[in-house]
Design a protein around this ligand. Structure first.
Ligand code: F0G
Length: 462
């Protein structure tokens, strides 16, 4: 491939252990698609060449983290690894209580279980699908109040994850504080394209929440990538360390949930961290009921150890430089070739604008989904749709689908996993598909479940 201007990032590591991947023949890929009901979530991972389904739980751990597994303390209560995790989390988040859970959505479930009741509202910039589902499972409404720029894929606004503070104020006035048990900010905003939230916005949201005594919580899965963008894009933060910025972010809130499967560079884990003693007690009681004792929360001691070490590594700036520029490298290769991509490039993923990529496929034939199928068929690349199948709502009266504003396909880049040559392979395959886009067909639903349907839906090509 003749790559002119964008330069691949220099990896700040060398490879000590490798995992074999094998190409799958075109015929086999066709069969796999049919058997999977044209749903890439149903495809065995061995039948995938480059897996960009998610950046969650797919990181390569460092030798230091692997070594930590060996010294993980497997005591039921008060394990040494828990105290290490607690110290690592407190160093960054600075809240009093650290409550481990087996992953992000478990942390959400126990937090909302303790805070949210039927008829409540939980505003956020954008809820991720699991936080939305967990809020809704409590009989409450999850409300997205992200700024309008987030819905304009061509705007190069640097902090498209920001919450619209005037809408937040109006929303609080309309609903009354008694109905809003907490507000959230997702950093970075995954559903909106991996876009960061600025410290200025965090400060403003925090002030509004404080005025109305609404606790502010962060969905902090990708906090380090968010802090990195603040350092690069927000005035006054150029000279600060990632740790300083992260500490400032969390100083404006009352707590956070985190899926450690992202910026803690591990394959499993999560936690809730917060200040309020009474709330912590309630959360811990729910934890004991469903996850485990509060010093392990459904995880092995070795997992706690790996998270603690990952949280230290993710703050390293050469790592974040490489990480964010590898993602941008893919974005630049595609953009230069005219492939429609969301801008600015996200922290953990590049998002294809599926409705522009496949203009001949109408929204009700799910162009995003069709693109995930086509990418697997063409090149063995697995991606995920973040569009109508994931987020469409059904009109209560007519049953007709109301589509989300953006129809995206996410190319999520696992951390420290793929080389620049593999990233170039992905770019080349997508560019080739774009040149032959007329051949891609729309999709129709065969069978679906009422909640989080994308995980299990079965589809067919039209
Ligand atoms: N919040 C955000 C912003 C997320 O991106 C995710 C997971 C979660 C919460 C839930 O965490 O998976 O550990 O239970 N995102 C993954 C993804 C699944 O592919 O983006 P979890």
């Amino acid at each position: 491939m003749n790559i002119k201007s964008p330069k691949p990032p220099l990896e700040p590591f060398r490879i000590k252990s490798v995992e074999r991947i094998k190409p799958v023949s075109r015929r086999e890929r066709e069969n796999v698609l049919k058997e999977s009901g044209f749903n890439v979530f149903n495809i065995p991972a061995e039948k995938v060449l480059i897996d960009l389904l998610t950046d969650s739980g797919t990181s390569a751990m460092s030798d230091h983290q692997w070594a930590g597994l060996m010294v993980g303390d497997e005591s039921y209560a008060g394990a040494r690894s828990f105290y290490h995790l607690e110290a690592a989390v407190k160093n960054i988040f600075c809240f009093k209580h650290v409550i481990p859970a087996h992953q992000g959505r478990a942390a959400e479930r126990i937090l909302f279980g303790a805070m949210v009741k039927k008829g409540d509202y939980v505003p956020s910039n954008n809820h991720f699908d699991t936080t939305r589902a967990n809020v809704e499972a409590r009989g409450a409404a999850a409300v997205d109040l992200v700024i309008d720029e987030a819905y304009n894929p061509d705007s190069d606004y640097p902090f498209k994850g920001d919450m619209d503070t005037s809408r937040l104020k109006k929303f609080i006035e309309k609903k009354g504080t008694g109905k809003i048990p907490l507000a959230m900010l997702t950093i970075t905003n995954n559903s909106g394209g991996g876009q960061p939230v600025s410290l200025r916005n965090i400060r403003e949201v925090s002030q509004i929440c404080k005025q109305h005594r609404i606790p502010l919580f962060f969905d902090a899965c990708r906090f380090a990538e968010n802090a990195y963008f603040i350092k690069k894009r927000e005035k006054g933060y150029e000279g600060k360390s990632i740790l300083d910025i992260a500490q400032e972010i969390f100083s404006y809130g009352q707590g956070a949930t985190m899926s450690a499967k992202k910026d803690a560079l591990v394959n499993i884990g999560g936690f809730v961290t917060l200040d309020d003693d009474k709330l912590a007690e309630k959360v811990k009681n729910l934890l004991i009921l469903g996850e485990g004792f509060p010093t392990y929360g459904g995880l092995a001691g070795r997992d706690l150890e790996a998270i603690a070490r990952g949280l230290e590594e993710v703050l390293e700036e050469d790592y974040l430089d490489y990480r964010v520029s590898q993602v941008a490298y893919l974005g630049q290769l595609l953009d230069q070739a005219g492939v429609p991509v969301l801008k600015p490039f996200g922290g953990h993923a590049i998002y294809l604008l599926a409705d522009r990529f496949l203009p001949h496929i109408p929204r009700h034939q799910y162009p995003g989904w069709a693109l995930t199928v086509a990418l697997y068929r063409q090149a063995g690349i697995r991606t995920s749709e973040i569009g109508a199948i994931m987020f469409a709502k059904k009109d209560a009266k007519t049953g007709r689908e109301i589509f989300p504003k953006l129809e995206l396909v996410r190319l999520a880049i696992p951390r420290r996993v793929y080389t620049s040559a593999q990233i170039e392979y992905v770019a080349e395959a997508i560019i080739r598909l774009y040149e032959n886009r007329d051949e891609v067909r729309g999709m129709r639903i065969v069978r679906e479940s009422p909640q989080l349907r994308h995980f299990t839906i079965r589809m067919e090509e039209i």
